[in-house]
Design a binder for this molecule. Sequence first.
Ligand code: PLP
Length: 225
Amino acid sequence: MPIAENLHTIWNTLPAGVKLVGVSKFHPDSAILEAYQAGQRMFGESRVQELIQKQAALPKDIAWHFIGHLQSNKIKTVLPLVSLIQSVDSVHLIEEMEHEAVKQNRHVDCLLQVHIAKESTKYGFTFDEIHQFFQSDIFSSLKYLHIVGLMGLATYTDDVEVIRGEFRALKTLFDELKTGYFQHVDEFHTLSMGMTNDYLIAIEEGSTMVRIGTAVFGLRPCALV
Ligand SMILES: *Cc1c(COP(=O)(O)O)cnc(C)c1O
């Protein structure tokens, strides 16, 4: 199916308030332009080199999200290119990002990636680590880095109840943090969960942002990521 048609199908299933990030990693500029011309403006990339090239070549009103594992030595390059970093997965990275954001005098929105899946290979904070971080001075002293929500990837399985349970746990954590640390500010608003295979479940469980690649662009040339 053409990309525009895929997008319209997905948009029609999204309740008001749920945003779509078109995950364009490994897809060519031409595919992204097709989505852009259909009206899609938010795209997700997981590799820095690819992001740099696409950001330079494609329309400037695209909002790029970084969704892959970010190495400290790439922070400087990535900050000016993106509107949201979804995959902040360690306290060390938070400290380095704040440092670089101050240096660039740039406010940066990010999500903390939480490990909710059974697979041990996926990056992210544990629930305990998240609680510890929010209680720490590092969190309360952030000035340029804005933590606007959480992101998670469910286990890759056909078992709907496993997926649902993981999303539900993430939503519960999200609500706890919002109540505990953001009661008087509207800053903590984004719960990014749901991909091609599980986004309808994610929406039922309270997602506000889905990250969809395959259902928009078709299969990636490299099936591994
Ligand atoms: C690749 C990727 C997606 C999109 O996956 P699809 O199954 O193709 O929709 C979403 N989120 C992250 C973090 C990804 O790396």
